[in-house]
Design a protein around this ligand. Structure first.
Ligand SMILES: Cc1cc2nc3c(=O)[nH]c(=O)nc-3n(C[C@H](O)[C@H](O)[C@H](O)COP(=O)(O)O)c2cc1C
Length: 374
């Protein structure tokens, strides 16, 4: 086991998940404040294998990914730790979910560990400082896309709806965020799949999704034309619901999909039922989500037939998991819970493992593996 698994994790896991998350973020920001140190860490952690570097042409924009393992949305909700997180070797960072207005999220406690399952349940409820503040923070450190001062790796910005905004007014809320943030995003994500904002997932129905995507896409066109737009979907949609969401996404101007968010289901858990039941509502992530999110990805990949890039997320703990997602159609993968349980070195482990898998399968480049098991 790693130093993190043997020493650090048991220590960190003695504290409640949300407090330790904030402390870890603060430690990272402080510890990796010096650019020279960040560069040093980056040389140790980053992927350097040419077979894992990915150039994607999305919506006419060229995106250069130095690897394939990115950070999933929700970890850095307010874009506070872009430089230190990039130093850990992530190939891209998806910040957010950010909403039109800042909000506190749900009452505490709202994040729970299921150690026996290497999983988390959360009902954070999009706690974030709002899109205007994120825009100010990004503007202080970076130029808009195309400028010389950009984050060290592609930056995705994941957008959600402010809780107090009615579903019927959701589009205006997303538009607010698009206007504030689109020009800083290498790609944008429409998040309609979090289980923790009441009614949000209803926006995945065809009738609601079509005008929503159309409106967001036209706003993007107006303020930052050419910004790739992804849709992040829930793993709890029915097969027909997935197909409908995919079709609407492609028809209305999305350039890719992210499969998938956390699940409200509780598939076969090792954690005693009383404990799980006691936690209550929330989205489950980590190892128990692996199969479900792979099924969703597979369905989406078959439906989209390689027309748009897919990002696979859910339950990735090792290189085999990441490889499986790639072979089932993902061009890129993301992790959240695996990062919490595996520690910072997991990014390097995943990239090294994928490098080995490429060699074992006699492939020169990761793109050759995309969708080979469909
Ligand atoms: C504590 C926590 C907060 C999350 N917040 C968000 C969020 O704000 N927006 C979002 O799109 N996904 C969010 N997610 C979902 C992750 O981005 C990811 O889709 C999901 O956790 C599955 O990946 P994993 O099994 O690697 O964690 C969150 C997940 C966790 C565990």
């Amino acid at each position: 086991m790693s130093i993190y698994g043997t020493w650090l994790r048991p220590l960190l896991f003695q504290q409640d998940p949300e407090s330790i998350h904030h402390r870890a973020m603060a430690m990272m920001r402080l510890g990796l404040r010096a650019p020279a140190l960040r560069r040093l860490v980056h040389t140790q952690m980053a992927c350097s294998h040419p077979g894992l570097r990915l150039d994607l042409s999305v919506a006419g924009r060229q995106l250069h990914f130095p690897g394939v393992v990115g950070l999933a949305a929700g970890f850095d909700k307010d874009a506070e730790a872009i430089e230190p997180l990039a130093a850990l070797g992530f190939s891209h960072l998806e910040v957010g979910t950010v909403t039109g207005s800042g909000q506190h999220g749900n009452p505490l406690p709202r994040s729970f560990r299921l150690r026996w399952d290497r999983a988390l349940i959360n009902r954070m409820g999009f706690n974030n400082a709002g899109s205007a503040l994120m825009a100010r923070r990004l503007a202080a450190d970076y130029d808009v896309v195309g400028g010389p001062r950009r984050p060290p790796c592609p930056l995705g910005i994941n957008l959600g709806k402010t809780k107090v905004v009615a579903l019927e007014a959701a589009l205006d809320d997303y538009r607010l965020s698009v206007r504030a943030l689109a020009s800083y995003a290498d790609y944008l994500v429409i998040n309609v799949s979090s289980p923790n904002t009441p009614g949000l997932r209803d926006l995945q129905s065809e009738a609601a999704l079509r005008p929503l995507i159309r409106g967001i896409a036209s706003e993007v066109q107006a303020v930052a034309a050419g910004t790739p737009l992804f849709l992040k979907i829930a793993p709890d949609l029915s097969p027909a619901g997935i197909d409908a969401a995919v079709d609407v996404a492609l028809e209305e101007g999305c350039h890719g999909l992210i499969c998938a968010n956390t699940t409200i289901s509780r598939p076969r858990l090792a954690t005693p039922w009383l404990r799980v039941d006691g936690i209550g509502a929330g989205g489950l992530s980590g190892a128990p989500l692996k199969t479900l999110s792979l099924q969703v990805l597979t369905r989406v990949a078959r439906r989209t037939q390689g027309k748009v890039p897919l990002i696979g997320v859910g339950g990735i703990e090792n290189a085999d998991d990441a490889w499986q997602k790639i072979c089932h159609g993902a061009s890129l993968v993301q992790i959240y819970t695996g990062f919490v349980y595996g520690g910072p070195a997991i990014v390097r482990r995943l990239h090294r493992g994928l490098q080995g898998l490429l060699a074992r399968h006699g492939l020169r480049h990761i793109s050759e593996a995309v969708g080979r098991d469909l």
